[in-house]
Write a protein that binds this ligand. Structure first.
Ligand SMILES: *Cc1c(COP(=O)(O)O)cnc(C)c1O
Length: 362
């Protein structure tokens, strides 16, 4: 018996129940060691086994090419907003950014502290309701990378297809990490905090192409240098042992249910159920995002009035459908349906939407 509810939180978010139960069972005495994994040396055999397995699962599930290093870092995706330009944006170069909404703007603001940064496509003109096509992105000379946000967690907008450009793409994939396969040839660096799809907060996974490591800026504190983390296999200092341990379990769960292609198909089906409920509501529910750019992780929608939105969130919560309030900066409602959200939860929400509409006509 358990009394878990359907948690639509945008992050930290719901994790697979079997992962939590397994961690619970192992917590006090890890495999007969007489202590938990989070009390042991991070260089001892028990942790190193978990660590190596987590890296190797990351590589295999996500199909990471051999010429990319996998880094496990702290500081969330937010530290990467600084680390990317600190390492990659050298003197005389500039960096292009797609401004697709809240998280892109956070990345741009931080990058501006470190060098010459410009907006290569501005979503403001469309009220952040879509992503650009490749031919709308305007790159200038001497651009060293193009930064994109694969999925805007707050706006509910995603790149359905990633751009095809001459420069390496750097992508924040925090909120669609491992929900879809990556076409690696487009990318130089991919990063994301794990707390949206893969585990607890406290860990960011960074993939960096080895050719980019050659020219990085070495004139900064060691923790901030990608090349040092790559050389030390992310064991430069004590890594965040608990998140790494849980991510390892989540990856095993992903692989058990069929891997990245199955995960993607299931995610698309879950999203389709909710967008169908929205689109078939005769305008009662409205999604502000252009159809071909709708996120399959964060489904945002409005009701006819803010008062009805409040009522919706309140009543849903009483039905065990929690955390459906939109981000405070945009209002409305948002259902985050990451990998661990069961299809059942999404079906229950879609049914609740129909009932709510019938009970609360305009
Ligand atoms: C949540 C989120 C962030 C911030 O992540 P932290 O790990 O809290 O730093 C950045 N970008 C995107 C797209 C996000 O969804």
């Amino acid at each position: 018996m358990n009394n878990r509810i359907y948690n639509f939180s945008a992050g930290p978010c719901t994790l697979p129940l079997e992962v939590l139960e397994e961690a619970q069972a192992e917590l006090v005495d890890y495999k007969g060691a007489g202590m938990s994994l989070i009390e042991m040396s991070h260089r001892g055999k028990d942790f190193m086994d978990v660590y190596d397995e987590t890296i190797s699962l990351t590589r295999s599930i996500f199909n990471v090419p051999d010429d990319f290093s996998v880094l496990f870092l702290q500081g969330g995706a937010t530290l990467q907003f600084s680390m990317v330009p600190m390492n990659l944006l050298n003197e005389g170069k500039r960096a292009a950014y797609v401004d697709s909404g809240h998280w892109a703007r956070s990345a741009i603001t931080d990058a501006e502290s470190y060098g010459d940064v410009y907006v290569a496509w501005d979503g403001k003109d469309n009220n952040y309701s879509r992503m650009p096509k490749t031919d709308e992105i305007e790159l200038k000379d001497n651009t060293t990378y193009l930064h994109i946000t694969s999925n805007e967690t707050i706006g509910g907008v995603r790149f359905h297809e990633w751009p095809e450009v001459e420069v390496p793409i750097v992508s924040d994939m925090s909120s669609d990490y491992m929900s879809r396969p990556i076409r690696w040839k487009n990318f130089g660096l991919v990063y994301g905090g794990v707390q949206k799809n893969l585990g607890p907060a406290g860990l960011a996974i960074v993939f960096i192409r080895d050719t980019l490591l050659r020219d990085i800026n070495r004139n900064q504190g060691k923790y901030l240098r990608y090349d040092i983390h790559a050389e030390k296999n992310s064991m430069f200092n004590t890594p965040p042992v608990f998140p790494i341990y849980i991510v390892g379990k989540v990856l095993k769960w992903m692989s058990k249910i069929g891997g990245i292609h199955v995960i993607e198909r299931v995610a698309e089906e879950k999203a389709r159920l909710l967008y169908f409920a929205i689109d078939e509501s005769n305008g009662y529910y409205q999604c502000p995002v252009q159809k071909d750019c709708r996120s399959i992780m964060n489904v945002v929608f409005r009701l006819p009035t803010p008062a009805l939105e409040n009522e919706f969130v309140k009543q849903a919560s009483l039905e065990g459908l929690a955390n459906l309030k939109g981000h405070r900066s945009v209002g409305g409602c948002r259902a985050s349906i990451y990998n661990a959200m069961p299809r059942d939860g999404v079906e229950t929400l879609a049914a609740f939407m129909d009932i709510f509409q019938a009970n609360n006509p305009i």
